[in-house]
Design a protein around this ligand. Structure first.
Ligand SMILES: *Cc1c(COP(=O)(O)O)cnc(C)c1O
Length: 398
């Protein structure tokens, strides 16, 4: 349980997980590579097999101080959390958390704005194992009570939603879930514990695609689930059964990224807000979907519940064809074209969220572009976008 100190999150990202017994005094926890751990004799080997292996060398799959340090740091960042398990990707983390909770015959309530691979997991593997999924409107709030049936076992949230950034009323949904004894999961990749401390807000399992802001440099895949009180044992047992393990080199990259996450996020926030407001005033743009802007569904919840915003949002082009949108993106110089986000470099991709919805529709006029605002000079990024709008106007005749 994390109640060790009352330092601020920006301090914790620097200090957390760096226990002397794991670092031997070296500032960055070293990379311990291991499969076999050697014992002095058979008696010691047998004793180790019967014991709790938490934070004890046992066998490589159970980790070394390199992985424990990162997991411990993520636990410390979530006041009230019981423990954290690491995964080789964000999707692996989502899968383990859901499999830790759900059994055949159970029903999952999944937000309609969820990350597409989360939907794929629910409608694919989970369905095959006899788990049914009901999608719900991201703006449902306390109305989620009407969807709860006798087999409902878990509610999965992602806030803001992937691609369209609706902010959910998490406190209202948590209150309903608690009243019914239903587990809550949150994909908190966008806000991170720095902008939304999920466990303190009553979430049972909070998930990060650490690939994004924790790693922060687009050079490793990593995921985590941090469990609230009474929730860690189920997560750990399921993860052991699944054989989940993170390479120490990747865990090291996660730890190294974490140390600068607070300052990076501050810059992502500031630059993204500057650009979002600039875009909002452009005639070429019909909408900007950014939780900190008043037009975003759930903006009131954002102001109430979040302590900051990160660097990912989307915009709708006011007119034009898919070709015009492609020209806009292809003309950008400083924005790379590629999946993922959370690294230091800016990215742009075309998105079509209506393809990934089943109970809600998007009535955006115009075609959407998702931007990840990186750490480049914000004036340079705006100049790049300005050039791309000029090229877009030529194609659309605007
Ligand atoms: C990228 C992402 C994931 C998956 O993370 P990977 O590490 O790429 O598997 C999950 N949720 C959200 C919101 C994401 O953006």
């Amino acid at each position: 349980m994390n109640d060790r100190d009352d330092t601020k999150p920006a301090t914790k990202v620097v200090t957390a997980g760096r226990r002397k017994e794991w670092t031997a005094g070296i500032v960055n926890p070293p990379i311990w590579r291991a499969s076999t751990i050697l014992y002095d004799d058979v008696a010691q080997l047998r004793a180790a097999a019967g014991r709790d292996t938490h934070h004890r060398l046992f066998y490589g799959r159970r980790g070394t101080p390199t992985q424990w340090s990162l997991a411990d740091a993520l636990t410390e960042l979530e006041p009230g959390a019981e423990g954290t398990f690491l995964y080789p990707s964000g999707v692996a983390a989502i899968a383990a958390a859901l499999l830790a909770i759900l059994s055949p015959g159970d029903e999952l309530l999944l937000v309609d704005s969820a990350y597409d691979p989360t939907r794929g997991l629910a409608t694919g593997l989970l369905k095959r194992f006899g788990i049914t999924t009901r999608f719900y409107d991201p703006m449902i709030g306390a109305g989620i009570a009407d969807l709860i049936g006798p087999t409902t076992r878990a509610i999965f949230m992602e806030s803001p939603g992937s691609l369209t950034f609706e902010v959910q009323d998490i406190p209202a949904i948590v209150a309903v879930a608690r009243a019914h004894g239903i587990a809550t999961l949150l994909d908190n990749t966008w806000a991170t514990p720095l902008f939304f401390p999920a466990i303190a807000r009553g979430i049972d399992y909070t998930i990060l695609a650490c690939t994004k802001y924790v790693v922060g440099h687009s050079d490793a895949m990593l995921g985590s689930v941090t469990a609230g009180p009474g929730c860690f044992a189920a997560l750990r047992d399921t993860s052991f059964h699944l054989g989940q393990h993170v390479a120490p080199d990747d865990a090291f990259l996660g730890s190294r990224g974490l140390r600068t996450m607070a300052v990076r996020l501050r810059q992502h926030q500031e630059s993204a807000l500057t650009i979002a407001r600039w875009l909002d005033a452009r005639p070429e743009v019909s909408a900007v979907h950014h939780p900190a802007l008043p037009g975003c569904p759930g903006h009131e919840q954002f102001k109430r519940d979040f302590t900051g915003s990160s660097g990912l949002f989307s915009l709708a082009l006011a007119a034009g064809s898919d070709d015009a949108r492609t020209t806009f993106i292809d003309t950008l110089d400083l924005f790379g074209i590629g999946y993922s986000w959370g690294g230091y470099e800016s990215l742009a991709i075309p998105i079509d969220p209506q393809r990934h919805r089943s109970v809600t529709t998007r009535d955006d006029a115009g075609l959407l572009v998702r931007l990840q605002i990186g750490l480049e000079d914000v004036g340079d990024l705006i100049a790049d976008l300005d050039r791309a709008f000029a090229a877009w106007r030529v194609v659309t005749g605007a």
